[in-house]
Design a protein around this ligand. Structure first.
Ligand code: C5P
Length: 215
């Protein structure tokens, strides 16, 4: 197989990141968490004390994003996630980051990309598109367990409110709103373990790969 692209989209804390990592490991594909690119822009503005509605500063920061140097740990902070969803509404920021993401996807060997607009905008010709979702309550519960497992503390109601706000921002924006591509496979993980979600995704991907190799 010379090149195989898997596009994974879905709302915050849907489990798409974990699924993307498992699939990339299993199929030996490169992985790009595109959320980190928007987070890097938000983080740059926060670090320089610039307002998050400063579009030209956000554009400059977007140009400086280096895909080979995205520090997941620094970018995982709650304030950075919020900043990311604010700068993600600027069309020029999206254009700059989407160009970088497409260049990543176009390298030989294939890739898994996860985000909000991979199947619709970044890789509309992806071999497999998955749209991973779960109820806001389930997602908030997962996020809380994740925080607590790392020794942190948070309130479920606050996490839920944050998820609902970020969903609204991502779904309602004019440019590249969060929505499933017409040809995406929907995976509702509300009542699914990570393992079950992985197996469901794997069976979809294996069928497409088998068809490709006999074509
Ligand atoms: O996936 P993650 O939570 O890291 O994404 C942070 C924010 O970046 C999202 O809430 C969204 O606003 C934005 N984003 C986006 N398009 C993507 C990936 C992330 O707009 N492909």
């Amino acid at each position: 197989m010379n090149s195989f692209t898997i596009a994974i989209d879905g709302p915050a804390a849907s489990g798409k990141g974990t699924l993307a990592r498992r699939l990339a490991d299993y199929y030996h594909l490169r992985l790009l968490d595109t959320g980190l690119t928007y987070r890097a822009v938000g983080h740059a503005l926060l670090t320089h004390g610039l307002p998050l509605d400063n579009e030209s500063a956000a554009e400059t920061a977007a140009r400086q994003v280096d895909l080979s140097n995205l520090d997941k740990h620094t970018l995982s902070a709650h304030a950075v996630a919020d900043a990311a969803s604010r700068v993600a509404v600027f069309p020029q920021v999206r254009k700059i980051l989407v160009d970088k993401q497409r260049a990543f996807a176009a390298q030989p060997g294939g890739a898994v990309l996860d985000g909000r607009d991979i199947g619709t905008v970044v890789c509309p010709n992806a071999d497999v598109k998955l749209y991973v979702t779960a109820s806001a309550e389930v997602r908030a519960g997962r996020r809380l367990r994740d925080i607590e497992s790392r020794g942190g503390h948070a309130e479920l109601a606050e996490i839920l409110a944050d998820i609902v706000l970020r969903d609204a921002r991502d779904t309602d924006r004019a440019d590249s709103p969060l929505r499933p591509a017409a040809d995406a496979h929907l995976l509702d993980t509300s009542e699914m373990s990570i393992e079950a979600a992985f197996l469901a995704a794997k069976s979809i991907i294996d069928v497409v790969m088998a068809k490709r190799s006999t074509a």
